[in-house]
Design a protein around this ligand. Structure first.
Ligand SMILES: [Zn+2]
Length: 112
């Protein structure tokens, strides 16, 4: 699989993931709107709040990844894809296969 395909496939997966996460989040928000406002004394309220926070966190990560993949598509178009933004060296193919949006080689990624 070429780099452009890897980015496109990951992007499609991430778009689908973000859509399902936001649908679940919307369903939770909608169902909690129907229940009592007295969350503190409702044992289910805490569970719902936890699930809601967890979903929101996952959705945020998916959106971050989408931004990263869009940036990767820009780098592909510019011909700079697969080059480490820190040291300018090549990013290993295995790393790009696992993380198509990677902007740093493994050595630079380890060093923060
Ligand atoms: Zn590097």
């Amino acid at each position: 699989m070429g780099a452009a395909e890897q980015v496109a496939v990951r992007r499609a997966e991430t778009v689908a993931l973000a859509a399902s996460l936001s649908a679940r989040l919307a369903a939770i928000i909608e169902s909690s709107a129907w229940s009592s406002n007295d969350d503190e004394h409702d044992p289910e309220g805490a569970t719902v709040a936890f699930e809601r926070a967890q979903l929101a966190g996952l959705l945020e990560r998916a959106e971050d990844e989408l931004r990263g993949l869009d940036a990767a598509a820009d780098r592909l178009a510019a011909g700079t894809y697969g080059r480490c933004e820190r040291c300018g060296g090549p990013i290993a193919e295995e790393r790009l296969a696992a993380l198509p949006a990677a902007t740093r080689c493994i050595r630079c990624a380890d060093r923060r």
